[in-house]
Design a protein around this ligand. Structure first.
Ligand SMILES: [Zn+2]
Length: 83
């Protein structure tokens, strides 16, 4: 599967740049692919942060996100070992 394409589509979806067919394909992929789904959640969170310009809060949230990304990486490493 072409995950890089869907990563790009996450941003396009936030800007409503996907066609109806693309959006359908995109949502189907997110159902199947936990990694891309998490990526979408992260991007949505960051998108919201941009809307609220409270600098100190943003730094805290970014630090939390770094921790979460580490967790996700560990998880996917374990999964790939199982397979
Ligand atoms: Zn994917």
């Amino acid at each position: 599967m072409d995950h890089q394409k869907y990563r790009n589509w996450i941003e396009m979806d936030m800007k409503n740049e996907l066609s109806t067919e693309e959006k359908e394909e995109f949502l189907k992929h997110l159902e199947l692919c936990e990694n891309c789904r998490m990526e979408q959640e992260e991007k949505n969170k960051k998108n919201k942060n941009v809307a609220s310009p409270v600098e100190s809060d943003r730094k805290k949230i970014e630090a939390d996100e770094d921790k979460q990304e580490l967790k996700i990486e560990n998880k996917s490493m374990k999964n790939s070992k199982k397979r």
